[in-house]
Design a binder for this molecule. Structure first.
Ligand code: HEM
Length: 405
């Protein structure tokens, strides 16, 4: 690709980009690493593609994740006053210090790597049950039948939702997937209202009778600053919105990557102790969140030689940063399970670093390992070049992953 005019002003929104973003990102990273992107509604964003610029942006308090700042910007743009509903307005992923700080402290106390590790047997059981259902099918789809439901059920279990409510939970989670916090008018659809009622009742129950689950731990995390019921409800929403699509995207992406790399797959199966060490390279290579990191500038900010005015949207292309040759000099586009400690940005960086990173790794390792252990001859049912990614601005999931066991 030559000359900047080769790219349209909607360059990141095209289906060609969704299906194969890497050549475009390689070009942008080299030629205009902080590049403007237009939206059909007249809005615009600044896309950051270099690793160092992305880290600087994520550490910069002038770049805000506060949902109120985002809604204010949208209200100005559309001329309609928009406010976030309480479920979105009171959780850590949507707030900045000082409101972020006590919520983050509570979740760091309650949601430890140990809690994620303790879920291993349960994750294995849920993965096996989902695989049992797929085992008899001639051409099962590992996205709709495996990668999508697995994290929803695990997160329900994590939060102490009883098994008889899991089917409802799946339905509500699907509704949450299509609901965008930055596009709504503040009204929640019926499914999400049902979820909200259900969670409020569950939280009231855990307040009276705490269990061993994460919601109970959150309620009792910090005796000096008890979270309010609204904050706990909202944090429950953060766990679902933050954990479901992202983990589903990673599970599907890792399985597809290992189907396409039989030598690496054989190594992992021969030496299961390597799964843990290989996970970060798989996550770097797959980049399950695509371009999900978004901020709004609260002051003019210089990034990569470009001055971005105040009140502008900044998008960090994690897919691009994870393949930046300055950070990953040896074959950044290749999967190399021996790459030493690949410091990818798939879980973010700075104060909003993903609270569920360890659980996401546990789920993905078990999902891939159980599939390949149980069905050692599993292969793509279509030519891998026919696989399609969903047109999704947040995560980067495959539409379907049909296989033959
Ligand atoms: C592969 C799976 C996952 C990926 C790629 C991922 C990615 C991320 C990223 C990039 C952020 C930072 C967002 C930003 O700075 O703008 C984040 C935050 C967060 N994630 Fe994850 N996540 C995953 C799984 C999970 C899971 C399983 C949970 C919980 C069950 C979770 C809960 C959270 C929460 C609560 C935050 C907000 C932290 C804060 O704002 O302080 N994530 N995640």
């Amino acid at each position: 690709m030559t000359g900047t005019r080769a790219l349209s002003k909607y360059w990141m929104l095209t289906n060609d980009f969704t299906q194969n973003p890497y050549p475009v990102l390689e070009y942008v990273r080299r030629e205009s690493p902080v590049r403007e992107l237009s939206f059909p509604d007249g809005g615009r964003a600044w896309v950051v593609t270099r690793y160092e610029d992305a880290k600087a942006a994520l550490a910069d308090p002038r770049l805000s994740r506060d949902v109120h700042v985002h809604y204010r910007l949208m209200s100005e743009r559309t001329g309609r006053t928009m406010t976030p509903p309480p479920e979105e307005a009171n959780h850590l992923a949507n707030l900045e210090p000082p409101r972020h700080t006590p919520l983050r402290r509570a979740i760091s106390f309650a949601f430890t790597p140990r809690r994620a590790e303790a879920l291993r047997p349960k994750v294995e059981q849920i993965a096996d049950e989902l695989l049992d259902r797929l085992a008899g099918l001639p051409r099962p789809d590992l996205i709709s039948g495996y990668a999508d439901p697995l994290p929803v059920i695990v997160i329900a279990e994590l939060m102490g939702v009883p098994a008889d409510a899991w089917p409802d939970f799946l339905r509500w989670s699907t509704a949450l997937r299509t609901h965008s916090p930055t596009e709504g008018s503040g009204a929640l659809d019926r499914n999400i209202q049902e979820l909200s009622h259900y969670m409020s009742a569950l939280i009231a129950e855990k307040e009276r009778e705490p269990g061993e689950d994460l919601l109970s731990a959150l309620i009792h995390a910090d005796p000096e600053r008890r979270l309010t019921s609204t904050e706990i409800l909202s944090t429950g929403f953060a766990l679902m919105t933050g954990g479901n699509d992202t983990t589903a995207s990673l599970v599907g992406g890792v399985i597809a990557a290992l189907l396409a790399h039989p030598a690496e797959r054989a190594e992992l199966l021969a030496e299961p102790g390597r799964w843990g060490r290989s996970m970060d390279e798989l996550i770097r290579y797959v980049s399950p969140i695509g371009n999900a990191l978004q901020r709004v500038t609260t002051e003019p900010v210089e990034l990569g030689g470009v001055t971005i005015p105040a009140g502008e949207v900044v998008v960090i292309s994690v897919m691009s940063t994870n393949r930046d040759p300055h950070q990953f000099p040896d074959d950044p586009d290749g999967l190399d399970l021996t790459r030493p400690k690949p410091a990818h940005l798939s879980f973010g960086f700075g104060i909003h670093y993903c609270s569920g990173a360890h659980l996401a790794k546990v789920i993905t390792e078990i999902a891939a390992r159980r599939l390949f252990e149980r069905f050692p001859r599993v292969r793509f049912a279509v030519d891998p070049s026919e696989l399609r990614y969903q047109q999704n601005v947040v995560v980067r999931p495959l539409e379907a992953l049909p296989v033959v066991f």
